[in-house]
Unconditional design. Structure first.
Length: 242
C-alpha cells in the first residue's frame, strides 16, 4: 500500500476507519465489511483489490489514489450532498450499521442502481447521448483531470468510442498525450489497446514511442481485456500476464 494512504483515510461507503480494499473502477477505498458487498455485486460493478495483499502496478494504485483524494466518491454520492436529501432521511451507511440489510442496500443503490449520481439535464430533442458523452471523454483524456473522465464514464461514455472526425479512440489520445493515469482508467473500463486509428496505429504504438512506458496485458481466457502502463526508463518487450 502506498505511504500516501494514511490511517486517517475512511471507507467511502460507511466512513469506517482504515479501509484495506480499493474499488478500482470506482476510485474509492473501502473497508472489509463493505468489500464483502462489493464482491457480491460482481466485477462488472466493482473491481476490488486488497491494498496490502495484492501486487499493484504503481500507476494503477496512483490512479485510484488520485481519484480518491480528488473526491471521486462525490460522483457516486452526489445527491446525498444535497441538504434536501438529509431532510428527507436519505443518508449513507455508517460503521455501526449491520452489513445486511443496511450497508448492502446502500452499496447496491450507490453502485448498481447509481441512485445518487448526478444526471445531466435533458435537451429538448431527448437527452445527452452516449455519443455526446464519449466525445467529451475523447477531449478530456488529453488532460490530467481524472475525475472528469470518471464522471463521464459513469454517465455512459464509451471507453472504446471511435471519433469519426478525429479517427481515433480516447486511448489513442491519452497515449499520445502521455497521460498514463488516464490510460489506466480507460483500460479499467475496457479500452482496447489493439484498436487501430485512421493512420493504422494502435495505442500500444503511441505508448512505445513515448519511450517511458512498458505495457502489461491481462489475459482472461482467450480475450485480452485490458492493459496497464508502468513507468520505466526504456521499453523492451510486452509482457503477457495470464
Amino acid at each position: 500500500m502506498s505511504k500516501r494512504l494514511r490511517s486517517s483515510e475512511m471507507c467511502a461507503d460507511c466512513s469506517g476507519p482504515d479501509p484495506s480494499w480499493a474499488s478500482v473502477n470506482r476510485g474509492t477505498f473501502i473497508c472489509d465489511e463493505c468489500c464483502s458487498v462489493h464482491r457480491s455485486l460482481g466485477r462488472h460493478i466493482s473491481q476490488v483489490r486488497h491494498l496490502k495483499h495484492t501486487p499493484w502496478p504503481p500507476t494503477l494504485l496512483q490512479m485510484v489514489e488520485t481519484l480518491y483524494n480528488n473526491g471521486a466518491n462525490s460522483i457516486w454520492e452526489h445527491s446525498l450532498l444535497d441538504p434536501a436529501s438529509i431532510m428527507s432521511g436519505r443518508r449513507k451507511a455508517n460503521p455501526q450499521d449491520k452489513v445486511h440489510p443496511n450497508k448492502a442496500e446502500f452499496i447496491r443503490a450507490k453502485y448498481q442502481m447509481l441512485a445518487f449520481v448526478h444526471r445531466l439535464p435533458c435537451r429538448d430533442d431527448d437527452s445527452v447521448t452516449a455519443k455526446d458523452l464519449s466525445k467529451q471523454l475523447h477531449s478530456s483524456v488529453r488532460t490530467g483531470n481524472l475525475e472528469t473522465c470518471l464522471r463521464l464514464l459513469s454517465l455512459g461514455a464509451q471507453a472504446n468510442f471511435f471519433h469519426p472526425e478525429k479517427g481515433n479512440t480516447p486511448l489513442h489520445v491519452a497515449s499520445k498525450a502521455g497521460q498514463i493515469l488516464q490510460a489506466e482508467l480507460l483500460a479499467v473500463y475496457g479500452a482496447d489497446p489493439g484498436t487501430q486509428d485512421s493512420s493504422g496505429k494502435t495505442p500500444v504504438d503511441y505508448a512505445r514511442s513515448q519511450k517511458w512506458t512498458a505495457l502489461y496485458y491481462t489475459s482472461n481466457g482467450r480475450q485480452v481485456r485490458s492493459f496497464k502502463y508502468q513507468s520505466i526508463l526504456s521499453v523492451s518487450n510486452i509482457s503477457l500476464v495470464v
